[in-house]
Design a protein around this ligand. Sequence first.
Ligand SMILES: NC(=O)C1=CN([C@@H]2O[C@H](COP(=O)(O)OP(=O)(O)OC[C@H]3O[C@@H](n4cnc5c(N)ncnc54)[C@H](O)[C@@H]3O)[C@@H](O)[C@H]2O)C=CC1
Ligand SMILES: O=C(O)C(=O)COP(=O)(O)O
Length: 397
Amino acid sequence: MYAIKTYNVISNVGLAVFPKDQYVINGEQEPDALLIRSQNLHRGVLPVSLLAIGRAGAGVNNIPLDKASENGVVVFNAPGANANAVKELVIAILIMAARPILPAINWTKSLTNGDAADVTLQAEAGKNHYRGTELAGKTLGVIGLGAVGSKVADMAHQMGMNVIGYDPYISVEHAWQVQSDIPRADSLKEVLEASDYVTIHIPYNERNKNLIGAEELLMMKKGAVLLNYSRNGIVEETAVMAALNVGQLDQYWTDFASDALIKHDKVVVTPHLGGTTKEAEDNCAQMVATTLRKYLETGEIEHSVNYPDVRMPFNSPYRLTLLHQNVPNMVGRVATILADLNINIANMINASRGDFAYTLIDVDQMDDELYHKFEEKCLSIDEMIRVRGIRNAKFNG
Ligand SMILES: NC(=O)C1=CN([C@@H]2O[C@H](COP(=O)(O)OP(=O)(O)OC[C@H]3O[C@@H](n4cnc5c(N)ncnc54)[C@H](O)[C@@H]3O)[C@@H](O)[C@H]2O)C=CC1
Ligand SMILES: O=C(O)C(=O)COP(=O)(O)O
């Protein structure tokens, strides 16, 4: 039986991916895999038993990736699975930033406290205090043109906005997703200077920490609006409040609450709602549960953020999986161990990603005693991180 431990609210559609006769979810056994959303794993210790972490969502800044890689824990996310949900919320926020919908609704509700007969008249008379502006014809700068940013850019473009994108690290896949008539800025400065609205759709990591600080806020048009539906650490909080106080920035809308931000008049905070739709929760949980299950049962890796994606049809009775450092001659040394044990290799694949690499070896014969000898010899190689043997269920009985 495999053991899965979950944190946060994980959709039942995802949990249903794990057959009850092979998986225990949140039982007593030490976990083979964690299935999480925004749970902060930086604070705790990764269990020794842990083989994988599945993040039912996009951002992985809540996971200690270096520690996971060094311990042979493969981390998966669900790329793009909640992008439409974030796009729809961001478009709603753009409209709410242009039109004072929230204060107008609150004001209208307050009219019921007065003379009932007068409500319609009061509403008509007071509406001019809630005049808005239109998005069509205004310029939207989109920082990050990945799964979310490319969708936001396209939708805003369809709504008649002049969209300008900025993503120096864009993948080929996402480059194709952005409409070709949406111009790309060559620098952050260029996009900030040109835009009436700026929306950020990038991961939080060391490089992007405080990407938008006092200097960048000064580059923006006076009275511009900033949206942050990515992560709080990307925008420097004190700088943004200072820019709002002097009118350099007109409004700041963010999905990430902090004590200071929720108290500021010109900041509107939603409670991390970007991916919180039924559809996105189902998509994310299903995608990552499927990749976790595949990894546990076949060793194949898809949508990992710390180890290379590796796929090889599992047609032999037994598979050996080896997570190791990306150094020369690892495959050679493992092949020698197998030869010394008189085990024939039926199929093999190896791939690397940065400092780490992964090797799958299919063999036709293996028993517990032989496997233990193999494992012991492999783990005596300094750069070997984790060795696992998987029996092919198709060959049982
Ligand atoms: N509010 C919410 O509930 C949600 C928030 N997010 C956040 O949004 C982020 C983006 O999500 P996806 O679009 O799905 O990820 P993605 O990986 O598809 O796209 C991120 C894009 O940002 C680009 N990028 C990275 N650093 C950049 C920089 N300094 N300047 C310009 N571009 C840069 C990358 O090249 C990539 O194209 C996530 O990492 C997460 O932090 C994602 C989903 C839900
Ligand atoms: O997918 C992401 O990066 C998100 O921020 C969504 O977070 P959540 O799963 O709603 O806690």
